[in-house]
Design a protein. Sequence first.
Length: 213
Amino acid sequence: MRLVGVSILAAAMLWSSASVQATLAPDSELTGAWHLVSVETIRPNGEIIYPFYGKHPHGLIIYDSAGWMSVQIVSDPRPSVQVGDSRDSFKNAAAAEKAIAADGYYAYFGTYTVDKAASTVTLQLKEALYPGERGQGFSLHYSIENARLTQVAKFLEMGEEHQRRLIWQRTTAGDADAVATREHGAAVIVLTAGTAQIAAPRPNQIGTCRSHG
């Protein structure tokens, strides 16, 4: 009788462990960094529109192995208003310039869980650019093929139900060494592989940010 009880307990523990693994553990396929390829909004009639981010936005989403995630998206075309190059100058910019800059940017971070059986990832937002999204949670269906992550979610907006389809490309080791530069006063800040170096400006240099998506 005692052996039967031990067997039942062991089976229950195995089932519980499998259940937790299926729904809570971060998915190894998602873990890592992904560059944004496109954000499509699909109307009920099948028409694809781009009302928020344009056809060629830039962005990055990161899922870590501890269950945390973050995303940043810059719309196409990128905001081009002159709002300064520091937090202090942005704070003192005109309200209209701030609105344009904020309208062209989107970001949030939080935790995530994965249901492999249902092919869904559920996000619980901790902080977001839009204050109303803080603390919200939502799920996206996902699939991965040829190093491309496709995520789909449904939203009620603009008076109808839409599907949002986000496509991401997994970053590679080479992407981590890509150099992004931007003009910063009398010098240029060069960001590469997680480090920052200040270099003398070159004549007529234009700041660029390269996205592999």
